[in-house]
Design a protein. Structure first.
Ligand code: FAD
Length: 491
């Protein structure tokens, strides 16, 4: 009889684990509390507007490609990925803006407008960023690095490389050593938010991310990011994965420290393996009885940033804006201090605006645009009043845009807002965090929960809150790691 796997959650990690394992001959069932697949990779479609409500950028598409190839399917028959040019229009508080590009010659000529040697500084930075990627990716991303026995068997421990991680400086410290203009430091500091962290706390090891975006390329998916979920859903169903939507798991059944099954709607179901795509901390806090020491340890890990997302259907076209735009705050250090240290919404938030209708006209009615406006926010704590903050932030955004000649207040004909509480309610992410655990300390990579739980046998985690971390490609890799480990330990 085929071994059975029950997966809690149909987010990217859950779908990826399901596809890899079903392809390897396991009998897989997914239980998802929401009425659709994809978890944080989601969308809404209303009044003629399509909005992504999660990721707007796909990096490392080869991770998705690998998934398709493993099951004998062609990635490009399912998905059309497009490069957006410019990659992003970045507005600074002094009123200037800079377009970035993954095309080196375009990027260099843009940077040279900032100061004469900026292009050379950037080339040196990109070279350094690539080196970091080469030194870290194999061990910290593409392998479940906490699994020594598994790695030894695979003879795949490029351990000598982990001594070149730039882990003793912060992102900001390193970026200051490369660039002579505060705007460029701020621009490259922002990559810390790609995994929900502060550039003033996170180790410079995370400077791999600029290479991932500019060296390897960042993409949008033609038709909308949700096409990725639809493609994965198709693969899972083709492979015979059984999917139960609107089905919230209430408990993981554990006997003598072995995960045996799950319970939902008064029913119990038993499996050989349980994989949680649900957030690790939240899973321990709400679905597992006992294991207090593990809970205490997990609850000490700092969650990543949360967000506040305004979805605006805006009448008319704004030529000044591109598909991806960032309006930087005046004082980036203060912004992160307020978010992480003071746990409050920043006075002057950096504003990210994605308008996918610029490259997908069908995403909005004619002569209008779909604005996805995202602010970094602190994860939930009981003292915050989000109704008040949403009103305040709405005004702050509109006033800031006016300073750049963009007066859209009376042009907004559709509006929906997601604050940290909604991110918690929708996805049960720990305290509304959007990337799992923050990387605000040198040791985070080592403290991030492993894909195979050590306290409870046969319990695995395929989620952005476990190794190797948040973001589309990493969540998909977490599913692959679970599949590889289950196959390894079941032999
Ligand atoms: C606003 C926003 C912007 C982002 N931008 C980007 C970006 O541009 N690029 C990028 O790469 N990444 C981005 N991310 C991050 C990326 O979306 C996530 O890292 C990734 O989607 C997480 O996948 P996951 O596998 O952890 O599952 P999740 O998306 O966390 O899904 C977990 C699933 O489990 C379900 N679940 C939880 N508890 C239960 C239960 N008890 N019973 C049943 N089901 C349960 C949830 O409903 C959910 O569907 C963004 C995220 C957000 C929110």
């Amino acid at each position: 009889m085929k071994p059975t796997v029950g997966i809690i959650g149909a987010g990217l990690g859950g779908l990826s684990a399901a596809i890899y394992l079903a392809n390897a001959g396991f009998n897989v069932k997914i239980f998802e509390k929401n009425d659709k697949f994809g978890g944080k990779l989601s969308y809404i479609h209303q009044d003629g507007y399509y909005f992504d409500i999660g990721p707007t950028l796909l990096t490392m598409p080869f991770v998705v490609e690998h998934l398709f190839e493993t099951v004998g399917e062609k990635f490009n028959e399912y998905l059309d990925i497009i490069k957006i040019e410019p990659a992003c229009r970045n507005f600074f508080s002094d009123g200037t803006y800079l377009d970035t590009s993954s095309d080196l010659s375009i990027m260099k000529s843009e940077l040279n407008k900032i100061y004469p040697s900026a292009a050379t500084d950037y080339e040196n930075f990109l070279h350094y960023s690539k080196k970091l990627y080469d030194n870290t990716a194999d061990i910290f991303l593409f392998e479940p690095f906490q699994e020594i026995r598994y790695l030894l068997k695979k003879r795949s421990i490029p351990i000598q490389r982990v001594f070149h991680l730039d882990a003793f400086r912060t992102i900001n410290e390193t970026n200051r050593s490369f660039f002579q203009d505060d705007r460029l430091v701020q621009l490259f500091n922002r990559f810390a938010t790609y995994n929900g962290s502060s550039p003033y706390l996170a180790p410079a090891t995370l400077n791999v991310i600029p290479y991932v975006e500019y060296g390897l390329g960042a993409y949008y998916i033609k038709g909308g990011m949700y096409k990725l979920v639809e493609a994965l859903q198709n693969l899972a169903m083709k492979l015979g994965v059984e999917i139960n939507l609107n089905c919230e798991i209430k408990e993981i059944l554990i006997e003598k420290k072995v995960a045996k099954g799950i319970s939902y709607s008064g029913k119990k179901e038993y499996f050989d393996y349980i994989i949680c795509n649900s957030d690790v901390v939240q899973t321990f806090n709400s679905l597992i009885n006992g294991f207090e020491k593990e809970k205490e340890k997990l609850n000490k890990l700092e969650p990543s940033l949360s967000g506040m997302l305004f979805l605006w259907g805006v009448k008319g076209k704004t030529d000044l804006l591109k598909h991806h735009n960032v309006f930087f705050s005046d004082d980036y250090f203060k912004e992160f201090k307020q978010i992480f240290d003071e746990q409050k919404a920043p006075d002057d938030p950096t504003i990210y605006i994605s308008i996918s209708s610029k490259s997908n006209p069908e995403h909005s009615p004619s002569n209008s645009e779909n604005w996805y406006v995202l602010l970094n926010m602190p994860y939930l704590n009981p003292s915050q009043n989000w109704d008040f903050e949403v009103k305040k932030m709405r005004l702050t955004i509109l006033n800031k845009l006016k300073k750049f000649g963009l007066d859209i207040e009376n042009k907004i004909e559709f509006e929906r807002v997601l604050a940290p509480k909604e991110f918690y309610d929708l996805y049960r992410s720990n305290k509304g965090s959007i990337y799992g655990i923050s990387s605000n300390s040198r040791m985070t990579a080592f403290k991030r929960p492993a894909n195979r739980n050590r306290s409870i046998k046969n319990l695995y985690f395929a989620t952005g809150s476990a190794h190797p971390g948040g973001g589309i490609p990493l969540a998909i890799l977490s599913g692959k790691h679970c599949s590889d480990l289950i196959q390894f330990y079941s032999k």
